[in-house]
Design a protein around this ligand. Sequence first.
Ligand code: HEM
Length: 510
Amino acid sequence: MLNVPSQSFPAPSSQQRVASGGRSKVPLKQGRSLMDWIRLSKSGKDLTGLKGRLIDVTEEELKKHNKKEDCWICIRGFVYNVSSYMEFHPGGEDELMRAAGSDGTDLFDQVHRWVNYESMLKECLVGRMAVKPAIPKGLLPKSQMTDISTKEGPSSPSYDWFQTDSLVTIVIYTKQKDIHLDSIIIDHQNDSFRAETIIKDYSYLIHIGLSHEVQEDFSVRVVENVGKIEIVLKKTENISWKCLGHPLEKHNSLIPKKDTGLYYRKCQLISKEDITHDTKLFCLMLPPSTHLQVPIGQHVYLKLTITGTEIVKPYTPVFDSLLSEFKEPVLPNNKYIYFLIKIYPAGLFTPELDHLQIGDFVPVSNPEGNFKISKLQEVEDLFLLAAGTGFTPMVKILKYALINVPSLRKVKLMFFNKTEDDIIWRSQLEKLAFEDERFDVEYVLSAPTSEWKGKQGHISPALLSEFLNRSSEKSKVLLCICGPTPFTEQGIKLLHDLNFSKDEIHSFTA
Ligand code: HEM
């Protein structure tokens, strides 16, 4: 039975969220948690007022439903009656009302395009737009795709293939120079072959039903100076292929990345290790026929189906340890993704994740995020401000900078937690600081015990001005900040007050 206590969801102190630009979640009333919503939506109550009938909605009709107690919103051509969801919306009623009686697709995408509204609002579906339906994004007619690629996007990529007796090689010509192994994501399941290449802010998709069987494993090679990607598949039978296969959905399309749907593959839970009293290190294994490397500073989404409703949450992968050999760029056969995840006992998603057994599967999405590794180029002083599990994006950035940025003189981490017991990987951080004199860590606790001799309190001008001492007056600086929305907002404000420019600050927000 669903015996989950009601509480505002996600937990107000959640630090694993990828919050969106400057707006935060609101406290929800008692009995309005996500679990309460799932219960209500599965209760059989008529949430549309149409007794299960689906209708075609005209624009005039949509416009009429613009009040809290009668609110319809169109997303990607489908209309939902969100009146009963109003009090359950973690972003608050006023935010949801911004799209009342209209097409809320753009607004929705700006804030949280990853939220799985189709599943969450299944019982609220009124029907489709009848007139001028909003064209589902990512499903643009072919003519429009070509338009985008020629007008705004990178010069059109293309692909070709050739074969030997035992191999089939697919070659993607991106015509861009900054293409790396983490620019391409490949999934091969049954006869469906899917290769998504990220070219600047665009996504180029090869999606083919292969004409013959191939083996599970394949190799990927990137010729960086010409932007060529070679994927070598091994034939199961040594026969000559007449064609590569037949095109599947969106094959050979180039569309803005923000308009592509999130693609998930099932990853297997390999291990789960306690790191602090409430935070665990989860290791997930990619399927053998997937090539995916999460770029530094980017996150993925994990999806769980909880009593029939799909719930999605963002997490930033880390390494298995701060001290292990640096693995980036990882080898193509690196199959493991690690996550540091704080379990909120009164929450819904993280306890469910925690209940998974070793060997169970979790869908993991393609990576997203706006951090660019080029931001670290020629940096001399790197300052990292992290609160709680806001530490996760710092893990890869920190290690990458120490190993790959020759100009680097200093990396300082200011790590905010409640108590000493909350500090993730404390001994590893201290060992790293001992081994590498460029690295230094300072802890700030908001609720320490009386024995604590270190810094106390919350992010403040005094703490920051003492911490942010440059190695030289004009040194090239990068500041990264991640934590709960109030922490990040306050931090950015203080950094601006201290005269750091926008370009010198990267906050981890969606
Ligand atoms: C179209 C107008 C909408 C606006 C302007 C809006 C705005 C917001 C804002 C500002 C937040 C808090 C910030 C954040 O967590 O990212 C939020 C959270 C959320 N919204 Fe909306 N929202 C809209 C529609 C919807 C709809 C239709 C759903 C349907 C399921 C939805 C589900 C959620 C969920 C699940 C969260 C919590 C995300 C998390 O776990 O962090 N929103 N929304």
